[in-house]
Design a protein around this ligand. Sequence first.
Ligand code: NDP
Length: 284
Amino acid sequence: MSENISILGLGLMGTALAESLLAAGHQVTVWNRTPAKAEALAAKGAKQAATPEEAVAASPFVIVCLLDYPSVLATLDGIPLDGRIIANLTTGRPKEARETAAWVAERGGEYLAGGIMAVPQMIAQPGALILYSGSKTAFDRYEGALAAMAQPRFTGTDPGMAPLLDLAMLTGMYGQIAGFLEAAALARSAGFPLAEFESSLLTPWMVAMAGQQSGWAEKIDSGDHSTEVSNLEINRSGLENIVRAFREQNVKPDLLLPLKAIVDQRTARGLGHEGLSGLAEELA
Ligand code: NDP
């Protein structure tokens, strides 16, 4: 079914979103602070709005994808939102999303917060995911259109949920990046070819180890951190060894040190017999 959809924000991501909706046959109205970025989309059939107000007036469903939440509020300020669903796919914090949902409701609109788990090149491709939270009615009404951009996943009626899960997933990614950078620095310090280390050793190892984390959620939820894999004491000793090796190779272990500190803290409490999942208790 073809929908009328407006998009505010034609940066790299907003442009990819607009293109995917146009390609799926929707009637798309676009607005961007710098109007030139709308020209290519206009050539593909999008209507170009001169102001954000005009764009909001053009469609009942309005997707916003700007730099940050302050730019979203500044852009929507003073615009009547009666009968409008605002799907804000701008990355933000849970608190900002809850406040913005209330702000939109005060102006007569419904709110969906989004968290885009994709880079622009992945939009409309398999593997792209967008998390949503807030108005379930709005999600259900537009789920079909949302699916043109990426797999849509509703995560709850708390508007803060999608941004929170977005940040949680990014946190996992940054942990991976930290591990990758430290591992690469150590391999390089001994002159091992980095491309070979990455493709034939590190990446397959990281993928295999990611699979080992299944079951952790149950342990953390239950508080039963018993293990038959490797206990904290072994990991404490392993991290000690790694950090010493880094220093002997003149490489900084700085990204590993916070993890080592928390392992040391937990074992110092006499909990070295537990598995690594027990570290979650130190973060609560
Ligand atoms: P860009 O930097 O490419 O685009 C930023 C957009 O915000 C532009 O449309 C820009 O307008 C607009 N903008 C900035 N400040 C203001 C303002 N004060 N008032 C009005 N408009 C403003 O960023 P992306 O498109 O990559 O990212 C947009 C959102 O998508 C961000 O929240 C980002 O975190 C999120 N996202 C991006 C991903 C990515 O890989 N790119 C991945 C997942 C989420 P102008 O053109 O006039 O400068």
